[in-house]
Write a protein that binds this ligand. Sequence first.
Ligand SMILES: Nc1nc2c(ncn2[C@@H]2O[C@H](COP(=O)(O)OP(=O)(O)OP(=O)(O)O)[C@@H](O)[C@H]2O)c(=O)[nH]1
Length: 372
Amino acid sequence: MDGRIVVVSSGLIEKDGNIRMTRIWLRQRVERIFSNGDLRHSKVKEEEEEEESRRRILAKALLEAALEGPDEDADQDQEVKEEDQKSLSVGIIGAPNAGKSALTNFMVGTKVAAVSRKTNTTTHEVLGVMTKRDTQICFFDTPGLMLNRSGYLHKDMKARVESAWSSVNLYDVLMVIFDVHRHLTKPDSRVLRLIKRMGEEPNPKQIRILCMNKVDLIEKKKELLKVAEQFKDLPGYGRIFMISGLKGTGVEDLTKYLMEQAVQRPWDEDPITMSEEVMKNISLEVVRERLLDHVHQEIPYGIDHRLVDWKELRDGSLRIEQHFITSKMSQRKILVGKNGSKIGRIGIEANEELRSIFKREVHLILQVRVKT
Ligand SMILES: Nc1nc2c(ncn2[C@@H]2O[C@H](COP(=O)(O)OP(=O)(O)OP(=O)(O)O)[C@@H](O)[C@H]2O)c(=O)[nH]1
């Protein structure tokens, strides 16, 4: 009878075009055929152990690489001298649900920036950082900057957002984004006032652009032209873009435009980013290490350790769910501990470590299941 064995081999750090990022790499599959049933069984076991060990070595190497920063050799040819660096800060302003995060994610890529989501001094949050060739663009959220019906701020909100408003002018580019589908079906007068207020007059120190987002939801493209027509005479906007931050329509043009606006200024952020794949492996490795501390042995053979869910929540935190699957009740007992004390402890410690590595909130869920 034939048996199939899959061996996952080594990893290395790679660059993605001109964007610097670490990536998990190279999965090689080797298939072997055995004709003898018994031989196959022991070989399978041996090979699986080997595979597991390789996977762990890879995850460890990636963890170290991620903590240490970029591989010097790999990035040598990409080093951009400080005097050659160009930067652009982009403040994004819009109603909740306008699509600020989706657009930023699309522009920055699916990779999660290690520096993302840190709060800056103006209480604005870095939504994402994109570094391409000699240019770095930082996208900032400007939460809470909405206007009331008369076009001015609510009194009680005033103090809270005062500093936010005063710093809006500090961005090189201010991007006003709105949901064009909502605008056509159920217009929000506050959004209209925001668009008008920001576009009333040009600001010589800032480029302002208007983004009609979610164009993918509009069937009759004529409608889009009507909306653009409605705002075309606002002198404050340098350009009007029609985009879908979710699907990517028009985002390339927008990115190109932003790249062209960058000014000679050193970068603010370290351009190293961790890919999601690397982060997933790190999460497994960290849990495995904590488990080793508490159980005083490697995960016993036969226990399957799996990442079953990985989600970035809207507030930027990560929900990570991992399962240990065993066929033996006795093994489950060891891992769980009295009243769940062991797995609970492992979870708390690993959660804390992951939070400090990823620089964001982490909700780690660990489960020990018996194979049914
Ligand atoms: N169809 C469509 N949906 C979009 C688009 N952009 C965003 N969405 C959806 O709109 C919702 C809100 O998107 P977010 O990116 O979270 O909006 P946000 O402006 O960051 O929202 P807040 O965090 O509340 O300020 C999500 O369900 C997105 O999937 C788009 O271009 N097309």
